[in-house]
Design a protein around this ligand. Structure first.
Ligand SMILES: NC(=O)CC[C@H](N)C(=O)O
Length: 356
């Protein structure tokens, strides 16, 4: 099998084995998830990133489409200690370079020390360290992807009819399929809307809850969704997951900041400050809410670093989570979030909403 090279910010080049050929670049991040590679690789939040698995063997139970979170693979390249043939041929068919047989413990150590960093990858018969370095030199920073929503969102509204549950306006900033499924399982009707949907279009739907999805990149680059939340806060209940929490906080006067290497994995402990209970959560984020703004309470925090994991306002009917309650992959401890959102939406008075 042919060679591969991973060029890192800082100048070093790591040699590896090519498992799917190509040249690529992106923000090098790692996940500690030891299962759920199909879900992670199809999670739109990994757009423009190169995903390193810290768990050493990836692909040991095959590749099945029913576990996908979206129609395509989102990381720009994949790095693991060992990739099985199933995963390698899937990535090759998707045109996503993949490399293995390198010291991923060392690589993860470097990311923990230096933070998420740009990288360039060259893999295949013509691979060279120079090509990897050239790819690195061309790599934009994550915040430079100013219209990343367009890469992952639906281009027009898609409605999934539900039962007698609430009408959910889901702003698709790169939504995982499991979020839609979790709402449908609770009899909601889900209107999946483009990331830049206008207030007038949302008002036409007269939803019971405005729900901002997860998604890739810097939350500061989702200005339309932020403006939408500012428009409807106090008029329609608001929910958000991951990027959605960040956008809601920003819209309500809060701030977000980049973390050193983020949280990616399936065993992130989160404490609920009212019950004092700790739950295990699935996470995939590199930004965090620094200040929630004057109107939101931080109701849940990460046990490891105290970052905001849940924001709420009873008065304004706001309920957001930084982690992924829909799991997939990961523990199902927090699926109750969707029951809470449906309940909150049910409390919505049926007065028509207006966009002015
Ligand atoms: N999963 C997500 O929604 C990620 C949110 C955001 N892109 C971050 O990295 O923090």
């Amino acid at each position: 099998m042919s060679a591969a090279y991973v060029a890192l910010e800082g100048g070093s080049v790591v040699e590896a084995r090519c498992r799917a050929p190509g040249t690529s670049h992106g923000e090098l991040v790692f996940t500690t998830a030891y299962t759920g590679y199909e879900e992670s690789l199809t999670d739109p939040s990994y757009e423009e990133q190169v995903l390193t698995f810290s768990y050493p063997l990836i692909g040991n139970y095959g590749v099945r489409e029913e576990r996908f979170e979206d129609e395509r693979v989102h990381p720009r390249a994949v790095v693991a200690r060992e990739l099985t043939d199933d995963v390698a041929s899937w990535l090759e068919s998707e045109g996503v370079p993949a490399v293995d047989k390198l010291d991923t413990r060392d690589l993860v150590g470097q990311i923990r020390e230096g933070g998420a960093m740009k990288c360039g990858i060259s893999a295949g018969p013509d691979a060279s360290p120079e090509k990897a370095k050239d790819a690195l030199a061309d790599c934009p920073g994550m915040s430079d992807h100013t219209d990343i929503g367009a890469q992952v969102s639906v281009s027009s509204q898609t409605t999934y009819e539900g039962g007698d549950g609430p009408d959910v306006a889901l702003v698709d900033c790169g939504a995982k399929g499991s979020i839609v499924e979790s709402l449908l399982e609770r009899d909601a009707t889900v209107h999946v809307l483009p990331y830049d949907v206008t207030p007038a279009e949302v008002a036409d739907l007269d939803p019971d809850v405005l729900f901002v999805s997860n998604g890739p990149g810097d939350p500061a680059n989702f200005e339309a969704a932020e403006a939408l939340v500012s428009e409807f806060v106090g008029e329609v209940p608001l929910a958000g997951i991951c990027l959605g929490q960040q956008i809601v906080a920003r819209a309500l006067g809060g701030t977000t900041e980049k973390m050193a290497f983020g949280h990616r994995g399936v065993n992130q402990p989160v404490r609920d400050l009212r019950s004092d209970k700790v739950v295990m959560t699935t996470q995939n984020h590199g930004y965090t809410v620094a200040e929630p703004g004057p109107e939101l309470d931080v109701t849940q925090v990460n046990v490891n670093d105290d970052t905001a994991e849940g924001l709420e306002s009873d008065d304004l009917q706001v309920l957001t989570r930084q982690y992924h309650p829909e799991a997939n992959p990961g523990p199902h401890d927090t699926l109750g979030f969707f029951d809470d959102v449906v309940e909150m939406a049910g409390e919505q008075s049926r007065t028509p909403v207006t966009a002015d």
